[in-house]
Design a protein around this ligand. Structure first.
Ligand SMILES: [Zn+2]
Length: 278
């Protein structure tokens, strides 16, 4: 992504079930100053990479916060990434109405969503509210935060695939059952096969549909869980993103190592779904 000239901040927005938008705006820098609804107060101790600002009473040892701290080490370990101490600010609102009000005042051009991850030149921030799916939303958006604190130039599809992988509860190998069912349904009814190069061509929010999120998740899950060599391939690719301004697409490396990767991914999805689907 090319940074615009001038002093405008580049805000990178990742929203749940939409995709990623690059906005040339000063909103990221003006976030707190412009707010008529003050952001929630800090709820976590000094020293954490994750700085949670919560408008409801939340003990610093709350299970959800502990889970997000563990998510950091899980993500860094799985992807062989170094730790960063760049703060990730999590603004957790008590109600959906309070959240909507804050987002409307500060990010009026954003679509209506349950949660957001916003990256500006100066800040990584997650916005969410306390609802039925707050744990899933926070795992997803905070994964973007951890990832962006160490890998700045990650392609949209891979960014979302990794966040989808880590949004499911711990101890499930990142398996997202609805994604498996959707991808197999599309394969069997429409012949829609996985195609990483097609995902790589998507660079705008409007390009990505629900099935693209599902397929992005599937490639990440397959790379991480079907062989040590594939896991290493993904890890090395992320390392190349960290160190190079120009990089080859991951699909080329996958194709070179596994020419029939798309067929193997389909087989993997059938295996995840169980014998009744195949
Ligand atoms: Zn996302």
């Amino acid at each position: 992504m090319t940074k615009p000239a001038g002093n405008a901040a580049l805000v990178r927005l990742v929203s749940r079930r939409s995709a990623l938008v690059a906005l040339t705006t000063t909103l990221g820098c003006a976030l707190v100053r412009r707010s008529e609804t003050p952001p929630p107060a800090r709820a976590t101790p000094e020293g954490d990479q994750l700085i949670v600002h919560s408008s409801l009473e939340l003990p610093s040892q709350h299970r959800l916060l502990e889970e997000l701290r563990v998510l950091r080490s899980d993500l860094l370990q799985a992807l062989a990434l170094p730790a960063s101490n760049e703060p990730i600010h999590v603004y957790l609102f008590e109600s959906e109405r309070e959240f909507d009000d804050f987002m409307r005042r500060n990010y009026p051009q954003f679509p209506s969503r349950r949660a957001f991850f916003v990256e500006s030149d100066t800040k990584l921030a997650v916005f969410a509210f306390w609802g039925d799916r707050v744990a899933e939303d926070l795992r997803h958006e905070t994964s973007h935060g951890y990832l962006h604190s160490v890998v700045r130039n990650i392609p949209l599809w891979l960014d979302e695939g990794i966040a989808e992988y880590f949004e499911v509860p711990r101890g499930t190998n990142g398996v997202n059952r609805p994604h498996v069912q959707q991808l197999l349904m599309l394969l069997m009814t429409q012949g829609r096969r996985p195609n990483m190069a097609r995902l790589e061509a998507m660079t705008a929010v409007a390009d990505m549909r629900q099935e693209d999120y599902a397929e992005s998740w599937a490639w990440v899950q397959w790379l991480l869980h079907t062989s040590p060599e594939r896991r290493t391939l993904l890890q090395q690719y992320l390392q190349s993103l960290r160190s190079q301004a120009v990089y080859a697409p991951l699909s080329a490396a996958v194709k070179a190592a596994t020419p029939d990767a798309e067929r193997l991914l389909c087989d993997h999805l059938f295996a995840l779904a169980g014998p009744q689907t195949s």
